[in-house]
Design a protein around this ligand. Structure first.
Ligand SMILES: [Zn+2]
Length: 241
């Protein structure tokens, strides 16, 4: 049995009827702005879905497109073109903000492949709690002991403060804990970059199993990072004056 691949979709220019790539923003023949069609941020920029991105090239592309979509340029164009330029400008800004930021990009691409992360900050889980959809953060197993120790130190610090006296020893261990968490966050960033690279290579090679494994490790890593960031916030709060 032969499988005939579906030809890639084409976009027919509303103005001159010539065929363009489906994600073309402007007609290659007449240069007219094309209708806005909902697309993910990668497709909007004409990029493949990858975690690793040349952000310098993306920035150039962003500035180039923001000039070309600028609503002022369409002040005398048709109402449709004015609307498309507004829509495209707005999506362009959202897409740029998301893709230029390594963590936002990671969460976004994981979302595109169907993965929703746990609440990434305490603010988010507070909001979720108000909506009755709270999902408490699970302590990463390898942090159990450190978290137990830290909670005792935080309690000691609270008691020392309540007693009106500082406790230099507890303060010292909290400062050490903060440095330790800081180091762990830096190390996890390196790990994340390695997972990006694994996933991207696997995507190029159509190796779904490797992609899935890398995705799962990214989720664990991001949850661990958000857990550590919340701990650091508690420590910083306790160390204030
Ligand atoms: Zn055209």
């Amino acid at each position: 049995m032969t499988v005939v691949a579906e030809p890639p979709k084409k976009l027919v220019c509303w103005s001159c009827d010539s065929e363009n790539d489906a994600d073309a923003q402007f007609c290659a023949n007449c240069g007219k702005l094309q209708p806005y069609t909902p697309a993910d941020y990668f497709a909007f920029f004409g990029l493949p879905r990858r975690f690793q991105l040349d952000t310098a090239a993306l920035e150039k592309q962003f500035y180039r497109l923001s000039r070309k979509f600028h609503p002022d340029l369409y002040a005398r164009a048709s109402a449709e073109e004015q609307r498309w330029s507004l829509e495209k400008s707005s999506v362009l800004n959202d897409a740029w903000r998301t893709l230029r930021d390594p963590l936002a990009r990671t969460e976004y691409l994981l979302g595109l492949v169907g993965i929703r992360l746990e609440a990434q900050s305490r603010d988010a889980s507070d909001r979720a709690a108000e909506n009755g959809t709270a999902k408490p953060q699970v302590v990463p197993p390898d942090l159990l002991e450190e978290v137990f120790e830290l909670n005792m130190q935080l309690e000691e610090m609270r008691m020392a403060k309540a007693g009106g006296a500082g406790d230099p020893e507890v303060r010292g261990s909290l400062e050490a804990a903060k440095e330790n968490f800081d180091r762990q966050l830096n190390a996890s960033e390196q790990d994340l970059h390695a997972l990006w690279s694994q996933w991207d290579h696997a995507a190029g090679a159509n190796d779904g199993a490797t992609q899935q494994a890398a995705q799962q490790r990214m989720v664990d890593l991001l949850n661990r990072r958000s857990y550590i960031r919340n701990l650091m916030r508690d420590v910083e709060e306790a160390l204030k004056n």
